[in-house]
Write a protein that binds this ligand. Sequence first.
Ligand code: NDP
Length: 305
Amino acid sequence: MSADAVLTLSDLESWSRPGTSLAVLGQPIGHSISPAMHNAALADIAISNPSFADWRYFRFEIPPADLPRALELFHAKKFRGLNLTVPHKVLAFDRVATVAEAARPVGAVNTLLWEARGWRGHNTDGYGLVGALRQDLGCDLAGKHVILLGAGGAARSAGVECLRRNCASLSIANRTRENLDALLAVLAPLAGGIPLRGFAPDTPPAGLPAGAVVINATSAGLRAADPAPIELQRLPRPASVFDMIYNPPQTPLLRAAAALGLPHANGLSMLVHQGAKSLEIWSGIPAGGTAPVMQAAARAALNPK
Ligand code: NDP
């Protein structure tokens, strides 16, 4: 079975590969560069540790209605681990046998580990965000003011991570007020004494902090015609700007950050660090060791020669 193919539930039904298998599940999945990242890291590990020589990572196009059956089958076929991407992260949360402590407040899982009693769910997106901010912007969330854009799944994991890391304050902007209010309700019990507020992106309120890190967790910027999720120049001057989107590599928000002379980075390193942490959960190999190989493979996959 080629690791480049886009596989389906019927490929899984007839699965008989003898080696250790891993996979990412999503819909659509054809664009995913996770197989390139993971298989490069596995090949690198296998040079010094031949027990990884038969490990391979595949991608499966799974519609949401098929997820329950797929999770059962992947478990029966003894896949060592799974990654979940859009639209499965929240759906799978209620379908795993156990959830790691850190993933519980996120309400979504992106990494499953095979255990005899069933799947154990983890979420490595927060780890990926922290690693990317540190690597690309020299930014540590502890003690930082954060302006977070978005109220979907990625914003929820980012918000949980900001509060867990003791940010100085968390201000969240989202287009749809009811989604913003739902996210604020989830985060409020985790905030302790950390100031937490929401606002509409087209009317930033007075009193937002200067020197914040602005994190885009909306999907505005995925398509060429998308507007920026906020007008950066209407905010007190931020310290830096991070956009979770990595394809395209430049978004309207990042172009605005460049025009204002602000340090900025896209989401590629976040993808890499969350992937390296998933591989650590499955293999025991520390994420810091595999991230550089994954980063090079991700760049190559996005910019084929
Ligand atoms: P969701 O669908 O759960 O949430 C989408 C969010 O984007 C909502 O807040 C939505 O606002 C907002 N939004 C969508 N379109 C627009 C628009 N035109 N203008 C303003 N806001 C908009 O998606 P996720 O949270 O799963 O993902 C969000 C982004 O993060 C995606 O681009 C995804 O690719 C990226 N991501 C990157 C990762 C990485 O590793 N680099 C990891 C995870 C996600 P509303 O509530 O108003 O609908």
